[in-house]
Design a protein around this ligand. Structure first.
Ligand code: ADP
Ligand code: MG
Length: 720
């Protein structure tokens, strides 16, 4: 066979990279230099203006027009001094990523002279055309108007691209009718709701120390792949994951990648991402190899929920952008490779005031009562809204992780660690006694509360919702997802439970109970009600699935099953009651997420069909031709014809599977029924794709590599 017939040379492919020279930098000096954060504002604004802005950021006061004008002027000067030519409102449409529309600072005077202009009105309000963003039925095409509104609580920043430098202003995105078309608006509303109810609760403890916010620390997993391989894989380009690929002989079973030394080229990439993010004021903290080959993780230091969510978007963006500089592509998909660990995003969540973390178990009894109260509220929220927690992380990509024997299962449970779980079990068990005045429930609990070291040795990596010292870690998020919606859900469900528990304690106290007695009776009743959600064992086992069913826990094995729960009566009422989403907005979230789920799987199906027919089948047929040509009698005849038999059989299997997939894709669903669409793609299209893959992967094992049209798993994962 002539060498030229080989589609490409995998070894030469990765030689395209040459290390770029790296400029050393002083971390403390560059940190935040591209961010218009508090220190920039303090330097550039009059003291009074700065104080007013601070009141907005710290207490949620509305900024006045004068403040907006002053901030705009300072922001413009700063941006121009850093080389920006344009500004843009950045928003989070329901695509789950960010969007922007640029305007120049330029204003041409009457005499033709160039001036620059940027006023408070331009800072506060923008008007992108909303019609090209998903709205889930909130906006009809004749109401294409959408507005962006400045979010003063998230710092503006400058993006320094290779080709452009511009000012980015974080904004909310709403329709002409005032409905939220984005993920930021409900997140901000959920933070407000959490603030309101938590301060009411804190008043019980005599402890109002300022505005309450949720804090988020998202750990981001990702894969890197050489560009050369990526661009030769239509499946990676179209859907972010490989739809074909036989298992490589050396898989991750050796576990030699996790925490291993990071290779030079990857390290150069990682450093460049960090350097850019440091400049943008994103406090990057850790970096390491992950479990699978070529899989890595980044995590920033946690920040308040709104800024953390904006920074997470920025992080994903810089990660994808910078990869090209090193001849790489950054894959954020949950499952780029079958049979190899996928990627998640652990969302570390806590809430508190600027001076105290309410998820900190602490030392004194006073603080412990408070901790037990708030921790109970979180657990109660999780138990009541298991369905919503599963729904808010549901996506076509995440279906390959959840319930697929990897990462958390499609069942929500809470891991507390033996010690804390023991305390709550005690609180629940002494429920009878707690009904009386001054029962010893709280004392009992408190007296055995250990002084937890932050890095409790107790870990359970299989738990979807784990208490890890001074925060909960929600581990069911997919790596590609925006953290805004899951954070919105967490804030809202916890707000509800804090609200209801506060009312219960207040009622008991109105009846004459002391705070401790009231807490004792309310908490023991509550913990007894939700204790079935507590589970310290291995979440990956079949026994747990059965046990969870006995306990009556929700199990939504796929996104198609989970997504419709968003619009249940319970969940709609929750969002409406706390002013987070209106009924129409709840519906729009479901519509958009379901539509994305259907579109993703349909696109994958079409890609698999086309690759199967135009790349894989022809390769197999070519090989059949070669085998036939070799079949002229002589030595090896038996081997040649048995091989031809094998290949022929697989070709028949492949063609049949492709036809079946085609039929599934052509299947017309009954009109507007979104649930039927979801079920069809999940249970019709996906299995048909699996059958195509099965035949194709077997062919990959027998067809000569010089005929095979796709980079193999071995190429993609081990050639680096
Ligand atoms: P792990 O051992 O799971 O990697 P780390 O302590 O390294 O945990 O933290 C992981 C993430 O959790 C980081 O982003 C970190 O900033 C964040 N985090 C730490 N404390 C809190 C907290 N109180 N609230 C929210 N996030 C937190
Ligand atoms: Mg973690």
């Amino acid at each position: 066979m002539a060498h030229s017939a080989k589609p490409f040379d995998s070894v030469n492919a990765v030689r395209t990279w040459t290390p770029a020279s790296r400029e050393p930098y002083h971390l403390a000096e560059v940190f935040g230099e591209d961010s218009f954060g508090l220190s920039q504002m303090q330097d550039r604004l009059a003291e009074g203006t700065y104080k007013q802005l601070l009141a907005t950021i710290e207490h949620g006061d509305k900024p006045t027009a004068e403040v907006a004008d002053a901030v705009a002027a300072a922001m413009k000067d700063w941006a121009l001094s850093r080389g920006a030519t344009h500004f843009t409102h950045v928003f989070q449409p329901l695509t789950g990523r960010t969007a922007e529309k640029h305007d120049t600072f330029l204003k041409v005077g009457r005499d033709g002279r160039a001036l620059t202009e940027f006023g408070g009105d331009q800072l506060i309000k923008g008007e992108p055309d909303a019609s090209s963003f998903p709205s889930g039925g909130l906006r009809f095409t004749h109401q294409a108007r959408g507005y962006t509104a400045w979010d003063p609580t998230s710092p503006a920043f400058i993006l320094q691209g290779e080709s452009a430098t511009y000012l980015c202003i974080p904004t909310a995105f709403v329709s002409w009718t005032g409905d939220s078309l984005d993920y930021k608006t409900p997140l901000l509303r959920s933070i407000d709701a959490l603030d309101r109810v938590t301060r009411r609760a804190l008043a019980l403890f005599g402890d109002d120390t300022g505005r309450v916010s949720a804090n988020l620390g998202p750990e981001q997993e990702y894969f890197l792949i050489d560009q050369e391989f990526y661009y030769r894989r239509p499946d990676l380009i179209n859907s972010g994951r490989t739809l074909f690929g036989a298992k490589p002989p050396k898989g991750q079973e050796l576990d030699d990648h996790y925490f291993g030394a990071i290779q030079d080229r990857m390290m150069a990439y990682i450093q460049s991402v960090e350097a850019d993010l440091f400049r943008l004021g994103v406090p990057m903290q850790t970096r390491h190899n992950e479990v699978a080959p070529q899989q890595f993780e980044f995590a920033p230091v946690y920040e308040n929920a709104n800024v953390a969510a904006d920074h997470q978007q920025l992080m994903m963006r810089i990660m994808e952008r910078n990869a090209a500089r090193y001849g790489l592509v950054c894959l954020l998909h949950e499952k780029p490779y079958a049979r190899i660990n996928g990627s998640g995003k652990h969302l570390n969540w806590s809430f508190g005031t600027p001076s105290q973390n309410l998820m900190e178990p602490g030392k004194s009894i006073h603080e412990n009562e408070q901790f037990l109260f708030f921790c109970t509220a979180v657990m109660r929220a999780v138990e009541r809204h298991q369905d919503l927690l599963l729904a808010c992380v549901a996506s076509a990509g995440n279906d390959h992780r959840l319930g697929a024997n990897e990462a958390p299962p499609s069942i929500i449970s809470i891991f507390l660690g033996d010690e804390i779980q023991g305390i709550f079990e005690d609180i629940a068990d002494s429920g009878g006694a707690s009904a009386g005045e001054g029962s010893g429930v709280m004392d009992l609990g408190v007296s055995i509360l250990p002084d937890l070291p932050k890095d409790s040795g107790d870990r359970n990596r299989t738990s979807p919702f784990a208490f890890t010292g001074n925060k909960f870690e929600f581990r069911a998020l997919g790596s590609a997802v925006s953290i805004s919606f899951p954070a919105t859900v967490l804030n809202t469900i916890v707000a509800e439970s804090v609200d209801e528990l506060t009312s219960a304690v207040e009622a008991a106290m109105a009846g004459g109970s002391s705070l401790s007695a009231a807490l004792g009776s309310v908490l023991s009743r509550e913990v007894a009600g939700f204790r079935q959600i507590l589970f310290n064992g291995d979440n990956y086992t079949q026994e747990w699935v059965e046990e969870a069913a006995r306990r009556g826990l929700v199990n939504s094995p796929s996104g198609a099953d989970a997504l419709p729960d968003i619009v249940s009566a319970k969940n709609t009422a929750l969002f409406v009651k706390y002013g987070v989403l209106s009924e129409e907005e709840v519906h729009s979230r479901f519509e958009v997420l379901a539509e994305q789920y259907v579109t993703r799987i349909t696109t994958e199906g079409e890609t698999a069909l086309s690759m199967g027919r135009t790349m894989i089948l022809p390769a197999a047929v070519r090989y059949l031709g070669q085998l036939a040509a070799a079949g002229g009698g002589g030595a090896g005849q038996a081997g040649v014809s048995s091989t031809a038999g094998t290949v022929g059989g697989l070709v028949d299997e492949l063609v049949a599977a492709l036809d079946a997939l085609d039929a599934q894709l052509a299947h017309e669903d009954d009109g507007d029924d979104m649930n039927a669409h979801l079920q069809h793609v999940r249970h019709g299209v996906m299995p048909a794709m699996d059958a195509v893959r099965d035949a194709a992967d077997q062919l990959e094992g027998v067809v000569p590599t010089d005929l095979w049209p796709l980079p193999s798993y071995r190429d993609m994962i081990f050639v680096r």
